[in-house]
Each structure stands twice: as C-alpha cells, then as structure tokens.
Design a binder for this molecule. Structure first.
Ligand SMILES: Nc1ncnc2c1ncn2[C@@H]1O[C@H](COP(=O)(O)OP(=O)(O)OP(=O)(O)O)[C@@H](O)[C@H]1O
Ligand SMILES: [Mg+2]
Length: 262
C-alpha cells in the first residue's frame, strides 16, 4: 500500500525541498517505487530534479484545474536513471494562482487527494513538497497525505511556529483527514561545530512531544550545490555527509513504527 508523506513547515528555508528531493531519491535507491509531487509554486523540487519548470506542457496546476489528467503531467524518470524508480509531478509559477482560483470550488481541500487516490497504490512512497505557508496548497497536501514529516532547521527560532503547525495538522485531522498522523520531525542543517545546533536539538527534544528521527541532516555544502546540477545528493556526491544523512533518514522512514501494522 502506498504511503503519502507531506513534507511541511510554514517557515521558509528550513529544508523542506532539500528533504523532499533527497528522501525521495534515497528511498528510490533502496528499491522503493517513489513519486515526488511539487506543491510549491516556486517549483524548486521540479528544478532540483533536473526539470525546466518553464518548459512544461502540463503541471500539477493543470491537473488540479482539470485541464489534463495526472498521468499527462507526470514526468517518468526525470533523472533519466531507470535504476532509480523515481517519477515527478512538477509545478510552475501558475500554481500560485490556485489559492484564489479555487476559492469558490466545492471540496477544494480534496483536489490533490482525488488526483492521487487512483495512483497511490502504484507507489511505495509519494513525497509531497509543500510551500512555506499554511494555505490551500498545504491543506490540500495534508488532506491527501497519510503523514506529515516536519523538517526543523537547527537555528535559534526553530520552535517558533511549530505550535501553529501542529494546531493546523490537528485541525486537518479533525475536519478533513481523520487518518492523518505526524510522521516525525527531522533536524536539518545541523552544524556539529557550533553549540547552537546542539542546544536547538536538546531544546526541541525537551519541548516537543513528537517522534524525532535519530538521523540528523548535517549542514553540507554539497546538499546546497546539488540542485543547480539538477541532481539529488546520492547521484551528485554519493559519499558526502549529506547523502549519508538522507540515506539514514530513508531507512528510518521505511521502518517507522507508524506503519508497522500496515
Ligand atoms: N543540510 C543542508 N546543508 C546545506 N545547505 C542546505 C541544507 N538543507 C538546505 N540547504 C540550503 O538551504 C536553502 C533552503 O533549503 P530548502 O530550499 O530545502 O528549504 P525550503 O524549506 O524548501 O524553502 P522554502 O520554504 O522556500 O520552500 C537552500 O539554498 C538549500 O540548498
Ligand atoms: Mg521549498
């Protein structure tokens, strides 16, 4: 049975897209069948997987509008690596219009869910990269998802906004998606040379009553470089600390006890 994981945090620049790209690619490297879905009008997931977001006939927005079906906007094996079973549903700037375009649409929170439901079981994992806001696109992602994975940047204001994020997740669970669970929290951009990173990890562990992944993603310049080559970290620099971090996270996600009963 496929699992849909929404990677969400309304804070900008905390590592949502980096986590989406590299978790998806590392799950695929472990032999899983993976679909990555870009729900951010910035289209960073799309370009990070080597696809020109300005040259797409169809995107997730077109599918949400009913102008194409989900198969028509999907890019199968964008990395051209057929050993890595990773496909992409891309996004472009037009997705920014969705907040307004669907305002009067009945059941607008369920648009993504309805698009993904028929194909969900063709994949082991569907990873959805959310934009840095708690608007319609994130609500759609969480309504479609089984779980939410929350990246937390190791910086001073790490806990800020988490209360609101968890409140929103609980609201969606109550009103739109009863089965929704928090997959867990993952620390990103950890810098072992600073006390601050260590303090943030301790502080979050002491104050947040959520599952926290043991894998901690280090701050690694190779992770920041990889998207400009359109490659995930395991293909860009397989031996980097960033690749190691995301491989460990993928292993933990596969073994998350949330799914042990499934
Ligand atoms: N572990 C890391 N080490 C070094 N740089 C990183 C790491 N994770 C992310 N970055 C860099 O930090 C920036 C923000 O990361 P990313 O785009 O993944 O965040 P985001 O949460 O998706 O941002 P947004 O909210 O704008 O969508 C990017 O330039 C990315 O390359
Ligand atoms: Mg992003």
């Amino acid at each position: 049975m496929g699992r849909i994981i929404a990677v969400a945090n309304q804070k900008g620049g905390v590592g949502k897209t980096t986590t989406s790209i590299n978790l998806a690619a590392c799950l695929a490297e472990k032999g899983k069948k993976v679909l990555a879905v870009d729900m951010d009008p910035q289209g960073n997931l799309t370009s990070g997987l080597g696809v020109d977001k300005n040259a797409l006939p169809y995107t997730i927005y077109e599918a949400m509008c009913g102008n194409c079906n989900i198969g028509e906007c999907m890019i199968v094996h964008p990395l051209g690596d057929h050993k890595l079973n990773l496909s992409l549903i891309p996004a472009g700037r037009d997705l920014a219009g969705a907040e307004v375009d669907f305002i009067d649409v009945d059941k607008r929170q369920y648009i993504l869910k309805e698009l993904l439901s028929p194909i969900k079981d063709k994949y082991d994992f569907i990873i959805v990269d959310c934009p840095p806001a708690l608007g319609m696109l994130t609500v759609n992602s969480m309504t479609a998802a089984d779980t939410v994975l929350v990246p937390i940047q190791c910086e001073f204001f790490a806990l800020d906004g988490l209360t609101q994020l968890i409140y929103t997740i609980n609201l969606i669970k109550k009103k739109l998606n009863k089965a929704l669970e928090i997959e867990g929290v993952v620390f990103t951009m950890f810098d072992a040379r600073t006390n601050l990173s260590l303090e943030v990890v301790e502080n979050v562990k002491n104050n947040l009553d959520q599952f926290i992944y043991k894998s901690i993603i280090p701050r690694n310049v190779r992770l920041a470089e990889a998207p400009s080559f359109g490659l995930p970290i395991n293909l860009y620099d397989s031996r980097s600390s960033g690749a190691q971090g995301y491989r460990e996270l993928a292993e933990e996600v596969i073994n998350n006890k949330l799914y042990s009963g499934v």
